[in-house]
Design a protein around this ligand. Structure first.
Ligand code: HEC
Length: 727
């Protein structure tokens, strides 16, 4: 059945132009009278959600205003689409001309009628995706319309009308991201795409997720030709000989070092042709004795010429990072006022709870940044940076120093336990190097502060909205033996997460004790090779090493390894764990808030509002309300005066706040927690807000994968905000 729609009346200057689009059952969209070759008619962009984060500028903002402060309380479920898979979702879907493109927990890609949730097509590349996949990209030239999406280590170009790979793109419609990194064999490299590429003209610009331990491939930023899939440029985040930054590394780091990768996604200024790339730390995250120096361009916000990959400016947030302080979120572009002048700016949030604001064109900080001295490392070989840059304004959006008066008061027993445990820790704030034998507090924790959901910015006001975690974590270092035994491999590669005794750190990291009751040998082997969830893959292990390692995990037996394969790593120290500081009942051992939502005016650096964000339902039922909780996934902000956000780990709520005051105006309970950034769009004059709900962060709740779209029950078309535009 064919659906015919008169889709839009375009106001171009004084002339009226009618454009009719025909949408077939298969989702083929044929433009009858499209005034522009690409899908860039401004009016249409306002009803679409055409890019990860809403726009190349990653502002998470929509001009739609049909759903507003006064009617949002009437929102109800318009449709939901159950992928019928488990495992959780972190995806921000795209909506283009009435079609929604999304990803399932195992990384099947699909298209839905965005008005009804009806499935149009589904693409299964045959690989079972086991890592988070947070979004897709879209490109069109005339009738050639493509969805660009990562499935593990492949980047696919799919035809939007059929969901089939485009054969002329790279090899059989996909790029293998493990190739062209200067490391051989390509098949032993671990790199997967958790955030989508950005599209600039006919280029796809992409980073990737690399391991946190060595060996790891370098985090090159790469641009591929969108038609052919051919590599057009690479920017080396581990500088090569002769390149700027080379002297900030030991001389061979470009051959042996790894990571300094962009996993959080990037942001594009299409007018200036600049791509803003936040990077993470170099491998190994916690010991840098083999990478003494500042390590450019790890932990940087890098502004690159999108056409050529040439660096325009950069800012390094952490010199010689030994705390895993990756820049965790996409930067957001906005315009701020300074002394009556408008300045095009870029805002970057951090795990420490900082917001940095720069002039987009030249990287000049728009609030002062001071340099602060920190103590040296006591670990042999490690040389911590002497100072680190701290933004003076805005004030951090998370507490910076855990002291004994900030411990939990939830029950007297929990408080007593926390006091005694806390005494054993070193807690001196940011940038205190880890030591051997004593746990150091990391607060805010390894997951921020800010996380991958990224902020929203409102172009009407210059306000940035940031959801933040407030969790204390601890960690310490321990020497590696450096021998080629399964035990040594476990200790150097696995214990960092699963712990020396394999007890893990539930809920985030499972215990491996008794894992054979849950998984068969081949499943364990696949998990180790390909990774799962936050666990990276270890394709570098030889078959012998892998099978001996699994035997060791299952039985504790430390077999001799046949042959003389070198140990997989030369790391001198290992990390003894990503431990959340939780009380014996599993709640944060610190005083609330455990998560917050913040609105900061970036014209002034002042907070507009700040509220605890999220609840534990069982604690709230006992009267312990508004504690805030851990949260993952970002907010969106609309011209209707609203801030929509899911993200909270335990209460499964999807909420709408008044963006000016932080007042809660509406909430609904999702089938699983909505650990993803929502999207809003309009089809047939009806505004929808959709969120991927998959859960997976709460060990007491099952995970799934459902997209839920909300709309107002009765549609009364309202005049649209006139063509002010951030596009
Ligand atoms: C960066 C942290 C990290 C590292 C390093 C890591 N893992 Fe994991 N591992 C995880 C997480 C998180 C999960 C749960 C993934 C999920 O289901 O989302 C997991 C799951 C597993 C599972 C499946 C457990 C189950 O009950 O289903 C096995 C087996 C496993 N890991 C073994 C290993 C081995 C062996 C190594 C070392 C070669 C290793 N891991 C290294 C974090 C890690």
């Amino acid at each position: 059945m064919e659906k015919h729609r008169i889709l839009k009346i375009l106001l171009t200057g004084a002339s009226l132009l009618t454009s009719a689009l025909i949408v077939t059952r298969a989702g083929l969209i044929a433009s009858v009278a499209n005034p522009r070759p690409q899908n860039t008619a401004p009016d249409q962009e306002q009803q679409d959600w055409p890019a990860y984060g809403g726009a190349p500028e990653n502002n998470h903002y929509s001009t739609l205003a049909q759903i507003n402060r006064s009617n949002v309380k009437h929102l109800t479920v318009a449709w939901s689409f159950d992928t019928q898979e488990e495992g959780g979702l972190q995806a921000n879907p795209l909506i283009i001309a009435g079609v929604l493109y999304g990803i399932t927990p195992t990384q099947k890609v699909f298209a839905l009628d965005a008005a009804t949730g009806e499935l149009l097509w589904k693409f299964d590349c045959g690989i079972r995706g086991t890592q988070p996949d947070r979004g897709l990209a879209y490109w069109a030239d005339g009738n050639d319309k493509r969805i660009l999406v990562g499935v593990m280590n492949f980047l696919y170009a799919l035809d939007t009308s059929t969901g089939k790979p485009i054969p002329s793109f790279a090899k059989d419609g996909r790029i293998d991201l493990r190739e062209n990194l200067g490391r051989e064999p390509a098949s032993a490299q671990s790199i997967v795409l958790t955030s989508p590429p950005v599209v600039y003209k006919d280029l796809l610009i992409v980073g990737g997720r690399n391991p946190e331990t060595l060996p790891a491939p370098p985090g090159d930023i790469r641009a591929f030709d969108i038609r052919t899939g051919k590599l057009r440029w690479s920017f080396h985040t581990i500088a090569h000989p002769g390149e700027f930054g080379y002297s900030t590394w030991p001389r061979d780091a470009w051959k042996t070092g790894g990571a300094a990768n962009n996993w959080a996604g990037m942001t594009l200024d299409p007018q200036r042709g600049i791509v803003y790339v936040p990077t993470g730390s170099a491998a190994f995250d916690f010991y840098g004795g083999d990478r003494v120096g500042d390590d450019l361009f790890a932990n940087c916000l890098i502004a690159l010429n999108a056409q050529t990959g040439k660096r325009i400016w950069h800012f390094q947030g952490v010199h010689h990072d030994i705390w895993d302080r990756d820049f965790p979120s996409t930067p957001a572009l906005l315009t701020v006022k300074r002394n009556g002048k408008e300045i095009a700016a870029v805002a970057q949030t951090s795990k420490q709870g900082f917001v940095y604001l720069f002039d987009r064109a030249n990287g000049n900080p728009l609030f002062p940044i001071k340099s602060q001295k920190y103590p040296p490392s006591t670990v042999p070989g490690e040389v911590a940076a002497r100072d680190q840059p701290l933004p003076v304004r805005p004030a951090p959006f998370a507490r910076q120093l855990l002291t004994s008066d900030l411990l939990t008061m939830r029950t007297p027993e929990a408080h007593q336990w926390a006091l005694e445990t806390f005494k054993k820790f070193r807690s001196e704030g940011q940038f205190v190097p880890f030591s051997v034998g004593k746990d150091t507090v990391v607060f805010p924790g390894f997951d921020g502060g800010a996380e991958w959901g990224g902020p929203a910015v409102d172009p009407e006001t210059g306000i940035i909205y940031i959801n933040s975690n407030e969790m204390a974590w601890t960690g310490a270092l321990s020497p590696n033996t450096g021998e080629n035994s399964p035990r040594a491999i476990y200790m150097s590669q696995c214990s960092v997460c699963h712990g020396e005794k394999m007890a893990g750190s539930p809920p985030a990291i499972p215990s491996l004790v008794g894992v054979s009751e849950r998984l068969a040998f081949p499943q364990i082997a696949t998990t180790i090779k390909n990774g799962r969830g936050r666990m990276p893959g270890f394709p570098n292990l030889t078959e012998d090493q892998l099978s001996a390692l699994i035997d060791f995990v299952l039985s504790g037996e430390n077999k001799d390894l046949p042959g003389s394969a070198p140990p997989p790593t030369s790391m001198k120290y290992r990390f003894t764990g990503y431990h959340r500081f939780l009380d014996p009942e599993g709640y944060p051992a610190i005083a609330p808030p455990w998560g917050t939502l913040n609105a900061i005016n970036l014209n002034t650096g002042e907070y507009v509002w700040k509220i605890p964000f999220g609840e534990y339902p069982e604690l709230a039922a006992k009267g312990l309300k508004n504690t805030g909780t851990e949260n993952y996934g970002g907010p969106i902000v609309t011209a209707g005066g609203l801030l929509f956000i899911g993200a909270t780990d335990f209460d499964k709520k999807f909420r709408a706040f008044d963006k000016s005051t932080g007042e809660l105006l509406w909430e609904a309970t999702l089938p699983f927690s909505g650990n993803a950034t929502p999207a809003t769009y309009e089809v047939n004059d009806r505004q929808f807000v959709v969120i991927a709900a998959g859960g997976g962060k709460d060990p007491k709740s099952p995970s799934g994968g459902v997209y839920v779209a909300f709309a107002l029950p009765q549609v009364s078309p309202t005049p649209k905000a006139s063509s002010n535009s951030n596009h």
